[in-house]
Design a protein around this ligand. Structure first.
Ligand code: ARG
Length: 330
């Protein structure tokens, strides 16, 4: 009888351990929130975390079950789990001195601060979701945040050349961009939408692709709105694209009748439409996309550190908390 109970218990443990391994992010989330001590650890410098993690795992030379749970309970639960999959080279947010940045001691973020609520200028400062995310990543890496505001279509080059450490600009992951830069995990979703005047004859996205259509479409230069409409509309002879340096300028052109509609990401679209009277967003959506940070392909150590930091910030709910401050759930 006892044997059976022991067996049952053992298999239950194995099952729960297997569960742990396959869902690192969820388990780390649950554990972090249940352990007050951990969150104070996570706030310490990332180097300190790293060494305390090492200490913990070397101390924990206990029975395998106990080890499993104490590892999972450590401040770096998600890293611990990642380590189980590929022991040595799992990315961590904090290999002391193992990465270099554009400016020593700083994390330089390239952005285009004309894209509310992700990045915009407020009282002379750059505010928004991406600025706060970058600050949180910098904090985890023990770096100060530096923000470099530039044209959207200069960001990729700034990242490639190493002038900036990361491009964080509500930037969509696209296959073409992936040839130029490496993207971190995605931290948000965007949707390309169409802004029209309230009295517009354009009633749905499909009207833009209809036979014989000939609209003038306003976009921010080199954004995915530009890329998609160029392919789907201009190259098909269904209209022309007017490219502006800022989304707000395209929206002004719509207001003054220079363009028939604007294709842009949904959140800035909402912000612009709230500012300018007489405009609306079409209900039909054009394309759904993933936002991620763009990084150089030539600085793998920094990429690993930033990507791991971002994953931790996603897992512990920090990123969602930042997004919720700016975007109310519908
Ligand atoms: N998501 C679009 C893209 O990646 C637009 C991003 C524009 N971002 C900005 N900060 N202006 O192309």
């Amino acid at each position: 009888m006892k044997k059976w109970i022991a067996l049952l218990l053992a298999s239950a443990m194995v099952l729960s351990m297997a569960g742990c391994g396959s869902e690192p992010q969820e388990s780390s989330q649950a554990e972090e929130s249940s352990q007050a001590e951990e969150s104070s650890q996570t706030e310490e410098s990332s180097q300190a975390e790293e060494s305390s993690q090492a200490e913990e795992s070397s101390q924990a030379e206990e029975s395998s079950q106990a080890e499993e749970s104490s590892q999972a309970d450590s401040a770096e639960a998600d890293q611990g789990n990642a380590g189980e999959e590929s022991s040595e080279d799992a990315p961590t947010a904090s290999e002391p001195g193992s990465f270099t940045t554009a400016v020593e001691g700083k994390l330089t973020m390239a952005t285009n601060a004309a894209f509310p609520p992700y990045e915009y200028v407020e009282g002379g400062e750059i505010a928004g979701i991406d600025a706060e995310i970058a600050a949180a990543i910098a904090g985890k890496l023990g770096l100060d945040l530096l923000i470099d505001d530039m044209e959207f279509d200069s960001i990729t080059e700034a990242v490639k050349s190493g002038k900036a450490d990361l491009g964080l600009a509500g930037m969509t992951v696209t296959p073409d961009r992936q040839e130029e830069v490496d993207f971190t995990v995605s931290y948000a979703t965007g949707v390309q939408v169409v802004i029209v005047t309230e009295d517009s004859a354009i009633a749905s996205v499909d009207d833009l692709f209809a036979e014989g259509a000939s609209h003038v479409i306003g976009v921010q230069r080199n954004t995915t709105g530009d890329i998609y409409t160029t392919d789907d509309i201009e190259d098909e002879g269904l209209g022309t694209i007017d490219r502006y340096s800022k989304g707000a300028e395209a929206v002004q052109a719509l207001k003054t009748g220079k363009v028939d509609c604007v294709v842009i990401d949904n959140e800035p679209a909402k912000a612009f439409v709230a500012e300018v009277e007489g405009l609306k967003i079409l209900e039909t959506e054009y394309v759904t996309e993933d936002y991620a940070a763009a990084m150089s392909k030539d600085n793998k150590a920094l990429y690993d550190a930033v990507n791991a930091a971002l994953q931790e910030l996603i897992a512990d709910g920090t990123i969602q908390g930042i997004i919720d401050k700016y975007i109310s759930a519908e």
